[in-house]
Design a protein around this ligand. Structure first.
Ligand code: ARG
Length: 457
């Protein structure tokens, strides 16, 4: 039965009903709708719309219903009602008869759905924050394990300067920390309760909305009823947090796919997160990482869809807003699954330190050190840069690294070179020199690890 039949002489067309109904997806708000209804019953008792006995009977029936929907949420999805609010009301009528019809006093589905959805978003944000913290922990553990491993650092996907493998790990910890802080800001901002805003103008009952809000774990009550029923900023913010975090996960995935390639051979992913080919028996494909990279597009899609839906919507509630759910209901579990999968990939990584070291030594990635050596001897950096460029050309011509050039060759380009140039060109010296805050020296990376560990407590 619809909640609004009185004004109509016929029911909806079957095709319209299917088009209009949201129960097939908003059944996921069943728990929140019931919890919100228990709180609303309390508010109605406070203004004497319900007496104690009626309140007790309603709450007992709502709690029973809560157990039922928890036990079988899928049954709610196919119950045929217009939406979750209609479902809960009708299930309550089945349990307590006409008393259930009092519960909607002073309330609208508009403030109800806004409340349910915020509760769902808040719970989901909490799960995701836990998952991000675990992923950070996994990166930190890998950073501690691989502190001695040297990796070529890239710009333009060309070997640029050597870095510690752990420095790479800690770069992602930084990104994840920002993801965490963004999400927890969004969570704090969304934690205000629209219940008691009515359809758009506020409720005509003298409800203590602050107490109602706090009872549901909100920081407080929303302050403007028109805004409260039509605001979906919290959905946009959540999808934006998800999108930015997915950018990070996709970059991590891309780095690792490359490191894992036959050409690089820097790491090996565990069997647990890779799959084989039906045709080529030798293959071990980085599917988990490719899917993280691929699913990023799906999350961005939900984000932009939500922005489009809200653009230029007049105040207050419009049915367009029912489109807020499916994208988020898809994007949030997708994001969560990607975080978990990223963690599984990081946990099982085997780093091939010989290969990373050999690659870091190639590509003339100590050329900057050589320019700095000249600067220390009083040559302006720009001139030093040019001299080193000439030496790199020389090394390339003989198929060698810079440190393989003879002192005579160095001197043929500039007489200032002495044999003290060789220690400067050692890879450990390149790492050791990066002592300023945020650099790749062992000391700096160790203190980054320490900082991150302290921060995650
Ligand atoms: N299913 C609706 C939604 O998700 C609930 C609110 C309906 N309100 C209304 N006035 N029709 O947005």
């Amino acid at each position: 039965m619809a909640l609004w039949g009185g004004r109509f002489s016929t029911g909806p067309d079957e095709a319209f009903k299917q088009f209009n109904d949201s129960l097939p997806f908003d059944y996921q708000l069943a728990e929140q709708d019931i919890i919100g209804s228990v709180a609303w019953a309390g508010a109605l008792k406070q203004v004497n719309v319900l007496n104690q006995q009626e309140y007790d009977d309603l709450v007992a029936a709502l709690n029973k219903l809560l157990d039922e929907v928890k036990a079988n949420p899928q049954a709610v999805a196919v119950a045929g009602h217009e939406d979750i609010h209609s479902y809960v009301e009708s299930a309550l009528i089945d349990k307590v008869g006409d008393l259930a019809k009092k519960l909607h006093t002073g309330r609208s589905r508009n403030d109800q759905v806004a409340t349910d959805f915020r509760l769902w978003c808040r719970d989901t944000a909490e799960h995701i924050l836990e998952a991000i913290a675990e992923l950070k922990g996994e990166f930190i553990a890998l950073a501690e394990r691989e502190l001695g491993t040297i990796l070529p650092g890239y710009t333009h996907l060309q070997r640029a300067q050597p870095v510690l493998f752990s420095h790479w790990c800690m770069a992602y910890v930084e990104m994840l920390e920002r993801d965490e802080s963004r999400l927890s800001d969004a969570k704090n901002r969304m934690n205000y309760c629209p219940l008691g805003s009515g359809a758009l103008a506020g409720t005509a009952y003298p409800i203590d909305r602050q107490t109602l809000a706090e009872g549901l774990g909100f920081t407080g009550a929303t302050r403007n009823s028109l805004d409260a029923v039509s605001d979906r900023d919290f959905v946009v913010e959540l999808l934006s947090c998800a999108s930015i975090s997915m950018i990070h996960l996709s970059r991590m995935a891309e780095d690792l796919i490359f490191y894992n390639s036959g050409e690089a051979g820097f790491i090996e992913l565990s069997d647990g997160v890779t799959s084989g080919s039906s045709l080529m028996p030798q293959k071990k494909n980085p599917d988990a990482l490719e899917l993280i990279r691929g699913k990023t597009g799906r999350v961005f899609g939900a984000f932009s869809a939500m922005m489009m839906t809200l653009k230029a919507l007049p105040l207050a509630y419009n049915k367009d807003m029912q489109e807020d759910k499916e994208g988020l209901f898809d994007a949030m579990p997708t994001w969560l699954a990607c975080i978990h999968m990223a963690q599984a990939c990081i946990k099982g990584i085997k780093v091939n330190a010989d290969k990373t070291l050999a690659a870091a030594k190639g590509g003339h990635s100590n050329a900057t050190e050589l320019a700095d050596y000249l600067v220390a001897k009083g040559i302006p950096f720009r001139e030093g840069h040019h001299i080193v460029g000439t030496l790199v050309q020389m090394a390339i011509a003989q198929g060698n690294n810079l440190e393989d050039l003879s002192l005579e060759q160095f001197k043929s380009v500039h007489s200032i070179f002495e044999s003290d140039v060789y220690p400067v060109l050692e890879i450990d010296a390149c790492i050791k020199a990066r002592q300023a805050l945020g650099g790749t020296s062992v000391e700096q990376v160790t203190s980054a690890i320490k900082y991150a560990k302290k921060n995650s407590k």
